[in-house]
Design a binder for this molecule. Structure first.
Ligand SMILES: [Zn+2]
Length: 364
């Protein structure tokens, strides 16, 4: 049975409401996993997409992890096979991107880095990578104008697809030169797909001024975290929870001041961590690894960032002071120009009532 955060976290509880009022930062959220169910139904009707049902509640099991699903990668990723069918036009992509930002703002997320996979989105509606990237940039800028949130965009390429595809996507992103685009991410199937062939591409991205984050140590072991850091120069690691299995990798991550983008519910639903009490987030935080708390795919998992913070507190036993450190770690790890990151840090310290000398990330 797949993990359901709502069996652990009560949205009517006092602690949930307290965390809902916290200003928050999201560093790891996929656009493709951030689609409102009501929007799916409307898009299906407009674009004559055949669905098993046009009722939102009945549609839920096809696009969202539910109690009936197995807790493994196959069940988790199968939802994307249905979700992918919805990206029929650039207008749909624009709407989904706008609403993803709006939903984050409604959850009091003040800064978000939203990632998307141009190759997957372009394939569905036969648009060019440039068109897709530009559409997301413009939609996000429009949402920023209407809501109290700032957004950066991360371009994802998949390690199980060719370097040629990734190169074309990067070229398109660099040609567009949208200031919203802040980083390049390596995603996709970890097992059997080394990051090594992507080394020149990630070097090029870094030289062009993009930051680097890499999905690693999720579906494969700590050696992939080491590879992401040493081969691709990753500044942040998507998930990285399996670093805990190798003390040398934990030491490497600490020494290099790498930030882990941890997504607890996602790890439980995809079977990366079998039992909540085994989730390594509290231990990683205790070991002074820079940890942050994120959603990964909020609509797929039926969660908000507030739910994930509440889960860390109620389900993993992390005190509120540690959660504040996680939020501040995210501010320090934001892919923003130095002056703007400093401002974000100052704003968060002030709003959370934190002293200047407290809540520095470990080893600064
Ligand atoms: Zn992810």
């Amino acid at each position: 049975m797949a993990f359901n955060v709502h069996h652990v976290v009560n949205r009517d509880s006092k602690i949930w409401h307290t965390l809902a009022t916290w200003p928050k930062i999201e560093l790891h959220r996929h656009l493709e996993g951030s689609v409102r169910l009501t929007t799916l139904v409307e898009v299906a009707r407009t674009h004559q997409i055949e669905l098993p049902t046009y009722n939102v509640e009945a549609l839920r099991p096809y696009v969202q992890v539910t109690d009936q699903d197995a807790a493994n990668a196959t069940a988790f990723l199968s939802k994307f096979n249905v979700l992918r069918r919805f990206y029929r036009s650039l207008d749909v992509i624009a709407r989904i991107a706008y609403e993803a930002v709006e939903d984050a703002a409604l959850d009091n997320v003040r800064y978000m880095e939203l990632r998307f996979t141009p190759h997957a989105l372009a394939r569905q509606n036969k648009a060019s990578y440039q068109e897709v990237i530009l559409t997301v940039c413009e939609a996000v800028e429009a949402a920023e104008r209407e809501h109290a949130i700032r957004v950066g965009l991360i371009i994802s390429v998949n390690r199980h697809e060719s370097v040629t595809i990734a190169q074309r996507v990067l070229n398109a992103a660099l040609e567009i030169n949208c200031p919203k685009i802040v980083a390049l991410d390596l995603a996709g199937k970890e097992v059997g797909h080394s990051a090594q062939p992507f080394r020149p591409l990630f070097r090029q991205a870094q030289e062009a001024g993009l930051h680097i984050t890499v999905h690693a140590g999720e579906w494969d072991g700590p050696h992939n975290v080491r590879e992401a850091v040493e081969v691709l120069n990753a500044e942040r690691i998507g998930h990285g929870v399996r670093a805990i299995e190798d003390s040398e990798v934990v030491r490497l991550v600490r020494e290099r001041k790498i930030t882990l983008e941890v997504c607890p519910t996602s790890n439980m639903q995809s079977g990366v961590v079998p039992y909540l009490q085994n989730h390594p987030l509290p231990d990683l935080a205790y070991l002074n690894v820079r940890t942050t708390i994120n959603t990964d795919d909020p609509s797929l998992s039926n969660i908000t960032l507030t739910d994930e913070l509440a889960l860390a507190h109620v389900g993993l036993g992390m005190p509120l002071s540690t959660l504040k450190t996680c939020v501040m770690n995210a501010a320090f790890a934001a892919f923003l120009p130095d002056a703007e990151r400093d401002q974000l840090i100052a704003d968060f310290r002030s709003e959370m009532g934190l002293n200047d000398t407290l809540y520095r990330p470990p080893h600064i």
